[in-house]
Every structure is written in C-alpha cells, then in structure tokens.
Design a binder for this molecule. Structure first.
Ligand SMILES: NC(=O)c1ccc[n+]([C@@H]2O[C@H](COP(=O)([O-])OP(=O)(O)OC[C@H]3O[C@@H](n4cnc5c(N)ncnc54)[C@H](OP(=O)(O)O)[C@@H]3O)[C@@H](O)[C@H]2O)c1
Ligand SMILES: *[C@@H]1O[C@H](CO)[C@@H](O)[C@H](O)[C@H]1NC(C)=O
Ligand SMILES: *[C@@H]1O[C@H](CO)[C@@H](O)[C@H](O)[C@H]1NC(C)=O
Ligand SMILES: *[C@@H]1O[C@H](CO)[C@@H](O)[C@H](O)[C@H]1NC(C)=O
Length: 319
C-alpha cells in the first residue's frame, strides 16, 4: 500500500519545525553548575506553580532547605508532595503562608519564617500577578494590585528579612522581573498608575529592576548580592485572567517557537541563585543565563525616589 504523499511531506516538515525549536532552546541558557546547597536556606515566593515550583524543585534537588511562601497553604503542600514524589527522596521543604497582597500577612510571615530559620541565604522574589489592562484590582491595603504584589509586597518582605540575609552571608536576593519591564514607566507622581489602559504589569516589572539596583547599592559589601531576571516567555498560568480559549489557537504557532517550559523559565533564576561566577556581581539584570542590557536607560534618581516612596507607602499603610 502506498503512503499518501501528504504524509511523506509532513514528516520532514514536522522534523524541521522540531529542529528549529531545539535550536531556539539552545539560545535560552541552561544553569550548568552543580553547586550543592546543603546547609543553605532559601525562600521562594509564589512557589506552588509555574517558574517558582521549578525553582524549588531544583533547589531541593541541590539539598537546600526551602520555604515555599504561598498565599494558599494547600497548594504549597500539594507542590511539596509532588516534588517529593518526583525527586524520590527526603527533601527539606516547608510550606508557609504569605499573601503579598496584604502588608499584615507579610509581617506575620517575616516573623514566622525567622523563628524557624535563623539564617536565610536565598530569597527568590518570584510571585507575580497579571490582569487585563482594563481591570483594576486592589490589595487588602488598597494599593493597585500589580504594584502592590509584584513590587511593594516584595519590597516590604525583603526589607523585613534584610538583617537576617546580611548576617547569613554569602546570601543572594533574586528578583524575577520580565522583559516587559522595557514597556514600563515609573511615574513618581502616580506610582500605582491608577489609570485604565496603562500597562500596570510592565510598570511593576520595571519597579522590580529599579528595586534590584537600589537594593544592591544599599547592601554593598555586606556579602549580599542582588540580581534581577527576565525568565523569558514561559508557559504558566500567569496570564490566566487574560487568556480566552481562542488565544491558545492563535498563539500556538508562535508559542511553539518562543515559549519556554516552566523548567526552562526557571534556569536564569537558578543560575543567579547559585552560579559561582556571579559572586562579585550585584544589581544587574540577567536573561538566558547571561547579563542582559535593557533598552531602558536606568536613572539612579528614579531608583532612589521609588525606594523612598515605597518606604513611605508601607509606613503609611502599616501605621
Ligand atoms: N510566564 C511568563 O511568561 C513570565 C514572563 C516574564 C516574567 N514572569 C514572572 O515570573 C514570575 C512567576 O510567574 P509564573 O509565570 O510562574 O506564573 P504563575 O504560575 O501564575 O505563578 C505566580 C505565582 O505567584 C503567586 N501569587 C500571586 N499573587 C500572590 C499573592 N498575593 N501572594 C502570594 N503569592 C501570590 C501565585 O499563587 P497562586 O497560585 O495562589 O495564584 C503563583 O504561585 C512572576 O513574577 C512573573 O511576573 C513570567
Ligand atoms: C525511590 O527510591 C527508593 C529508595 O532509594 C528505591 O528503592 C525506589 O526504586 C525508587 N523509586 C523510583 C520510582 O525511582
Ligand atoms: C571575586 O573577587 C575576589 C576578590 O577580589 C577574587 O579573589 C575572586 O576570584 C572573584 N571571584 C570571581 C568569580 O570573579
Ligand atoms: C530619600 O529619603 C532619604 C532619607 O529619608 C532623604 O535623605 C532623601 O533626601 C530622599 N531622597 C529623595 C530623592 O527623595
């Protein structure tokens, strides 16, 4: 029986597409070191899914003790069970409640975690939210949600843990930003950007990079290094609030070439958290496991003012 011509054409076409995908994957960078993390303590925010989950899995495989800081304890525990199953060995993972949309919850988490962990060597600020442009959501403290969770919540958390991080040196803070920070803007007059249609997600991701730069300056010579990361475009549930079913069909062909698996998306954060070559680096942005030069011309004055304004907002909302 003759094989239809169409099939004969299709096979090489499919193989070619897979080949192109594999070539693209090779440009995404892979964390190649096998630095062990025995006796190291890490905190990963938003650890129950997506990139955060894969970061925890890798840190656990390297023998670190990892706190999964999640707003939903049940899904954090489910993540631990799954990682234990996949790694098939005892892991040192702890689920703890942290809702970054509540300054009170952040305070409570900081107290709880420092009781259990007198030393903290790694803080991975990974949690994030993205809503459609025309939607306005607020945190429990009445702060615009992207700014509140992606930037301010992590700003507060990091500051509450700062002394512990410093005294646990060598220690690192890894801030998961996004390539979309290049579309962002910091409007100091209107930080939360409560304007419909403004790219609030991009703004919050730019704030992440500015926070990284200012923090690295403030902790210089403390053995505490800070890195910001663009993980790439990753297949996770981040855009769950924005996507409709037909988007999957429209985007699938592009996604096939450009979209990373969560494990691939976790490589640059893991690289920044572990790589010995970065021991003397701090305050820079990374992508594909290498330094990334942003299109944004960063202004140190904006970094300082954003810090001051963030500090002011936190103290106003927590008094
Ligand atoms: N996916 C991409 O293409 C992409 C690209 C660039 C940058 N990033 C960044 O990568 C990071 C991880 O995102 P992802 O792609 O892995 O998406 P994801 O699977 O949706 O993970 C986001 C995590 O953040 C948590 N989170 C959300 N709001 C929170 C809150 N108020 N308090 C505590 N945790 C909260 C989520 O918890 P729940 O499960 O409880 O909602 C979830 O664990 C984000 O910072 C994102 O901006 C992603
Ligand atoms: C898991 O580990 C145990 C003991 O180390 C071993 O006996 C078992 O075969 C492993 N299971 C899998 C699925 O690898
Ligand atoms: C970091 O700096 C120290 C002191 O200058 C030097 O000894 C070390 O080799 C440097 N490490 C790397 C990875 O560059
Ligand atoms: C930031 O705050 C510090 C200390 O509160 C103050 O000395 C400084 O002038 C402020 N800088 C700006 C640019 O607002």
């Amino acid at each position: 029986m003759a094989v239809p011509n169409i099939v004969l054409c299709l096979i090489p076409a499919i193989l070619a597409l897979i080949g192109i995908r594999k070539l693209r994957e090779r440009t995404w960078g892979y964390c190649k070191n096998n630095v062990k993390l025995s006796n190291k303590v890490a905190i990963v925010t938003g650890a129950n899914s997506g990139i955060g989950y894969e970061i925890v899995k890798e840190l656990a495989a390297r023998d670190a003790q990892v706190v999964l800081a999640c707003r939903n304890l049940k899904s954090a525990k489910a993540a631990i069970t799954e990682i234990e199953k996949q790694l098939n060995r005892t892991v040192k993972l702890i689920a703890m409640e942290l809702d970054l949309a509540s300054l009170k919850s952040i305070e409570q988490f900081a107290i709880n975690v420092q009781k259990i962990c007198p030393e903290i060597n790694l803080l991975i600020n990974n949690a994030g939210v993205a809503y459609p442009k025309n939607q306005m959501h607020k945190t429990q403290d009445g702060i615009e949600m992207h700014f509140g969770v992606n930037h301010l919540g992590h700003f507060y958390l990091t500051n509450l843990l700062l002394e512990t991080l410093k005294k646990s040196r060598p220690s690192r803070v890894v801030i998961v930003s996004s390539f979309l920070h290049e579309k962002g803007k910091i409007d100091l007059e209107n930080l939360e950007g409560n304007i419909q249609g403004v790219n609030l997600y991009a703004n919050s991701k730019l704030a992440n990079v500015y926070f990284c730069r200012e923090l690295s300056k403030r902790v210089e010579n403390n053995g505490l290094n800070v890195y910001a990361v663009c993980p790439g475009w990753v297949y996770t549930s981040l855009f769950r609030h924005s996507v409709r079913w037909y988007h999957y069909i429209l985007v699938a062909p592009i996604a096939f070439f450009f979209m990373r698996s969560p494990k691939q998306g976790a490589q640059t954060p893991i690289y920044c958290a572990t790589d010995p070559s970065l021991t003397n680096e701090s305050g820079l942005l990374y992508r594909n496991c290498s330094p990334y030069v942003s299109k944004i011309k960063f202004d140190d004055d904006i970094a300082l003012k954003l810090w001051n304004e963030s500090e002011r907002l936190v103290s106003e909302k927590t008094k």
